[in-house]
Design a protein around this ligand. Structure first.
Ligand code: PAF
Length: 322
C-alpha cells in the first residue's frame, strides 16, 4: 500500500513538471544551420537555461510554417510563438518600419547595428508593439545583392527588363522599378522553384541567404550591389508574451538578444567566407560596382514611398548616427 502511494505521488510530480514545461516554437525561413538557424537555437538554449528548463523550444525552419508574412499573421492570431523574420513584409503591418528598408541608407554593418541597438531601434520595437506583435530584439539578415541567370549586372542598364523577385515590400519594389528591373513580389518559399522554372530571372538577398539556400543551383551571376541593408527582428506573439510574469518576459528578452548576437556573428563569418563559397560553386561574382548610379535611381523612385507619409525626420536621424 505504502509503495502504491509513493508511486502515485512520484507519477503526479512528473506530470506536474511536464505540464509546467512549455515548448516554444521558433519559426524562420532558412535552414537550421543558416544565420537564422544559429540565432533560433541561441534563443532556445538561452531561454531553456535561464528558465531552468521551464521553457524548452524547437525550431520550425525553412518556412515549414509558411512565408514571413504568414508567420507574422500567425503571431497576431496566436498560432505562432516566436518568429525570426526580415523586415521585408513587416512594413505591411507596421508602416513606420519602411524607413529601415530604404535603399542605400545604411553605410555599413556598424552603422546599421548602432542604429538598431540605439534609441531609434527601441522606438521602432515599441511601434511594433502597438500592432498586435511583440518586438523583442533587432537581429540581422545582411546587405542584399542581386543574383540572376541571364547576365553580369554592373550598371543599372544591365538590370533593364530583368524579372527580379523582390520581397513583398513596396519600398523595395519602387527602388527596383527606378533602377530599371521588373520587380515581382513573391514569398520566399516559392522563390527557388520560380527561378528554376524561369518564372523570374533573378532575385536579391544577402550572401548569408544565397549560400544557405544554395542559389548557385539556379543562378549564375551575383553582383555585390549592397543596395539595401536587410534588418531582421525577433518577434513574439502577444497571446504568449502578455501572459508571462515579469521575470519570464526578461528571459524572453535576454534570449532574443542572445539570438541576435549569435546571428550577427554568423553574418560576420559569412561576409568573410561566403563569396569564396559562391565562386567554388560556380557563380560569377561581380565585385567592382559603381554604386552611385544605382543609388541615384533607387533613392529617386523609392524614398517618397516612406517620406510622403512620415516626412524626412527619421531618414535624417538614421543618417546622422555615427
Ligand atoms: O528574401 C527574403 O524573403 C528574406 O531575405 C528571407 C530569405 C526570407 C530571410 O529573411
Amino acid at each position: 500500500m505504502k509503495h502504491v502511494l509513493i508511486g502515485t505521488i512520484a507519477a503526479l510530480a512528473l506530470t506536474t513538471a511536464a505540464e509546467a514545461q512549455q515548448k516554444i516554437v521558433v519559426g524562420h525561413s532558412l535552414s537550421p544551420t543558416s544565420h537564422y538557424g544559429v540565432g533560433a537555437q541561441a534563443f532556445i538554449d538561452t531561454l531553456t537555461e535561464l528558465s531552468g528548463g521551464a521553457f524548452t523550444g524547437e525550431q520550425a525552419p525553412a518556412g515549414q510554417l509558411g512565408g514571413e508574412r504568414d508567420m507574422i499573421e500567425g503571431l497576431q492570431i496566436g498560432s505562432m510563438d516566436v518568429v525570426i523574420t526580415s523586415t521585408g513584409p513587416l512594413g505591411n503591418f507596421v508602416p513606420e518600419i519602411f524607413a529601415l528598408d530604404l535603399p542605400f541608407l545604411f553605410r555599413d554593418y556598424d552603422h546599421a547595428r548602432k542604429v538598431l541597438d540605439g534609441e531609434i531601434g527601441q522606438e521602432l520595437l515599441d511601434k511594433i508593439g502597438e500592432n498586435t506583435l511583440v518586438g523583442l530584439a533587432w537581429t540581422e539578415n545582411g546587405f542584399r545583392h542581386v543574383t540572376n541567370s541571364q547576365r553580369p549586372v554592373r550598371t543599372p542598364e544591365d538590370l533593364q527588363g530583368l524579372k527580379l523577385r523582390t520581397m513583398e515590400n513596396k519600398v523595395h519594389m519602387a527602388a527596383f522599378t527606378g533602377m530599371g528591373a521588373a520587380p515581382t513580389p513573391m514569398a520566399f518559399p516559392e522563390l527557388f522553384g520560380a527561378m528554376q522554372q524561369g518564372v523570374v530571372d533573378g532575385q536579391e538577398n544577402p550572401v548569408t541567404v544565397i549560400t544557405a539556400a544554395k542559389f548557385w543551383e539556379v543562378q549564375k551571376y551575383v553582383s555585390l550591389t549592397g543596395h539595401v541593408y536587410s534588418p531582421a527582428v525577433v518577434l513574439a506573439a502577444p497571446a504568449l508574451y502578455d501572459g508571462l510574469s515579469d521575470e519570464q518576459k526578461d528571459w524572453f528578452l535576454q534570449a532574443a538578444r542572445a539570438s541576435a548576437a549569435a546571428t550577427r556573428a554568423e553574418v560576420n563569418r559569412l561576409e568573410e567566407e561566403g563569396v569564396a563559397m559562391l565562386i567554388e560553386n560556380g557563380m560569377e561574382v561581380i565585385t567592382e560596382i559603381d554604386k552611385a548610379p544605382f543609388a541615384a535611381l533607387a533613392e529617386q523612385s523609392s524614398y517618397a514611398v516612406y517620406t510622403d507619409q512620415y516626412g524626412t525626420e527619421m531618414v535624417e536621424r538614421i543618417k546622422a548616427v555615427e
